[in-house]
Design a protein around this ligand. Sequence first.
Ligand SMILES: [Zn+2]
Ligand SMILES: [Zn+2]
Length: 196
Amino acid sequence: MADDAVPDAYETLDSHAALVAWSRRYAHTQTETTDLAVDLSRVEWEVSTRAKRRAAAVKRPRIPDAAVGTPVDWSSHDATADPHPPTCTVSLTWEAAQSFDREEWAATLRHELVHVEQFQRFGTTNHGSRFKHRAETLDTPVKCRRFATPKFVLSCGDCEQVVARRYRDCKLVREHSQYQSSCCAAALRCQRVNSQ
Ligand SMILES: [Zn+2]
Ligand SMILES: [Zn+2]
């Protein structure tokens, strides 16, 4: 996963490609440092900009007769005898990533990775008791993350391009002047959005 184009700081991700790269790398680290059993070579990533309330989602093919708790033997599953699970896609909502801080986004990814783990093992996924158990182990909420209209807009102090949005007070909001924009290397400006 070594890639010079991958920025380290979640706070200043400013493109879809950067968000995917960061999220993939986080997922990779999770598979190395936890017991999460996910084959990332069978996972694709995309960014959605459609206004949705879900922070992320896993798109997957429907596997007939699949049930959580009943492992699928993929090698005997279809005529191609492909020993791997079918590809599924983790869809990341751009507005959510812009609203969440690093911790919230990481928790969102862990939640989706539990869905991927279930899909790859059982051919389907839900939020049942197995999911709850895994969510506890991996310290992520059971409910799919939702997001709200951001309260704070952070922009470049020079060119005023929007750099990030946040919906609650966080380190980036409090210490925004200590962060630099990637466009102009200028201190960030933070504006509170008046919610009606
Ligand atoms: Zn979910
Ligand atoms: Zn700028």
